[in-house]
Design a protein around this ligand. Structure first.
Ligand SMILES: NC(=O)N[C@@H](CC(=O)O)C(=O)O
Ligand SMILES: [Zn+2]
Ligand SMILES: [Zn+2]
Length: 430
């Protein structure tokens, strides 16, 4: 099987490339990258006017299987991933049972590879049952294929256990991904603490609930030498703490989600439970700081924190709804709307935050379009515009705050290992 992608603008942040070239794919690999390639008998994709990037990676996804298949399965989650332009995702361990042992990690890997959609890198739990009490067998998790360690979904409340977790994670060579939330400061809250929470009569979660833990984990990363990645940064103070940590040369990285750089807590007015997410949507100064952090490199990664829930679970009073919103199928459109078109990031910078940067953190090689590389490729049409329709999602989750939004700049083809796993109806394949 040979595929020729013709006339696209190649964006390869690793090779520092941004120019119009043809790409030939043979036997699952990129075999040539040149001007005006000819390949008789090859399937040809007309990519004129389109961007051809290394396959996008979303390093923060909740696939929900095993245990919560009513919310999502590995299959529906990966269908959503490829439809969103992602050739690979890292999935969080807050399943049932928790991914705190080899069996669950291996199950996820086997199930995903049998599907042949996007690649999956499971993240193992830091503590047993993510209960924050006893460490997991981290070396076993790594041997089974865990790409990083996290108790995401729950904060690690105790500083002592977090310190020991980082010591062991460092020994086995895995990054710790931290969901930074002080449980006492956040207790009972369902949205950002501020003027709007007061007006809506909802209990707030202060930015400080995140920031005290970001500060703590940076201090523990320095103490232990363990690489630390801060999940879903939502406040100006967190951005500042990460910036300072980097300036001091610490091994600290961070991610931001599309919802946190697009929406403020004003979106909660109307009590749409699809705006209920942890950490909560924050204020305007926070959104501005996240954009600044993305632009100046403080925030290395864009990740969705795709968190599907059923309609029944979300169709309740705001304060009793579960936290989380889906993101896989709106991510690229929001990146283009909020970051690329306004000039906050170049296309290559945006692509780097969704390819090589998360890949390096997870210890994955595939992140380039250089000949010889595995053909994981995402094609984006910067001028394609569509209205977000949750009913058309491949995900089981319909819980998006972006329903009805017009997004421009969308993925149109996703290729994994030389196989086209998603293509938009509008793309020309001959
Ligand atoms: N982000 C969320 O609001 N929810 C996530 C958990 C998490 O990412 O902490 C979930 O698993 O539903
Ligand atoms: Zn989290
Ligand atoms: Zn999460």
């Amino acid at each position: 099987m040979r595929i020729l992608i013709k006339g696209g603008r190649i964006i390869d942040p690793v090779e520092n490339k941004d120019k119009t070239l043809d790409v030939l794919i043979e036997n699952g690999k990129i075999s040539a990258l040149e001007k005006k390639l000819a390949a008789d008998g090859a399937v040809t994709v007309d990519a004129s006017g389109l961007l051809v990037a290394p396959g996008l990676i979303d390093m923060h996804v909740h696939l929900r299987e095993p245990g919560y298949e009513a919310k999502e399965t590995i299959e529906t989650g990966l269908k959503a991933a490829v439809r969103g332009g992602f050739t690979g995702v890292a999935c969080m361990p807050n399943t049932n049972p928790v991914a705190d042992n080899q069996t669950v990690i291996k199950y996820i890997i086997d199930r995903a590879s049998a599907l042949g959609l996007a690649r999956v890198w499971p993240i193992g739990a830091l503590t047993r049952g993510s209960r924050g009490e006893q460490l997991t067998e981290m070396a076993d998790l790594k041997n089974a294929g865990a790409a990083a360690l996290s108790d995401d979904g729950r904060p690690v409340a105790g500083s002592g256990i977090m310190r020991r977790a980082m010591q062991y994670a460092r020994m086995v060579g895995l990054t710790v991904i931290s969901h930074c939330e002080d449980p006492e400061l956040a207790a009972g809250g369902s949205m950002n603490e501020g003027f709007i929470s007061t007006r809506l009569g909802l209990k707030g979660i202060p930015g400080a609930a995140e920031e005290v833990m970001v500060a703590r984990d940076i201090i523990l990363s320095e103490l232990t030498g363990c690489p630390l990645h801060i999940a879903h940064v939502s406040t100006r103070g967190s951005v500042r703490l990460v910036r300072e940590a980097k300036a001091r040369g610490l091994k600290v990285t961070a991610e931001a989600t599309p919802h946190h750089f697009t929406l403020t807590d004003a979106a909660v007015e109307g009590y749409n439970t699809s705006t209920k997410v942890n950490p909560p949507l924050r204020g305007e100064a926070d959104v501005a700081a996240i954009k600044e952090g993305l632009a100046d490199g403080t925030i290395d990664v864009i990740a969705t924190d795709h968190a599907p829930h059923t309609m029944e679970e979300k169709d309740v009073e705001y304060d009793s709804a579960p936290f989380g919103l889906v993101g896989l199928e709106t991510a690229v459109g929001l990146v283009w709307r909020e970051l690329v078109r306004p000039g906050i990031l170049t296309p290559a910078e945006a692509v780097a935050k969704m390819t090589v940067n998360p890949a390096r953190l997870l210890g994955i090689e595939k992140d380039t379009l250089r000949p010889g590389a595995v053909a994981d490729i995402t094609i984006i049409d910067p001028s394609l515009e569509e209205t977000v329709d949750p009913l058309s999602f491949a995900s089981k989750g319909r819980n998006t705050p972006f329903a009805g939004w017009k997004l421009k700049g969308l993925p149109v083809l996703t290729m994994v290992g030389g196989k086209i796993v998603y293509s938009h109806a509008g793309i020309k394949i001959l």
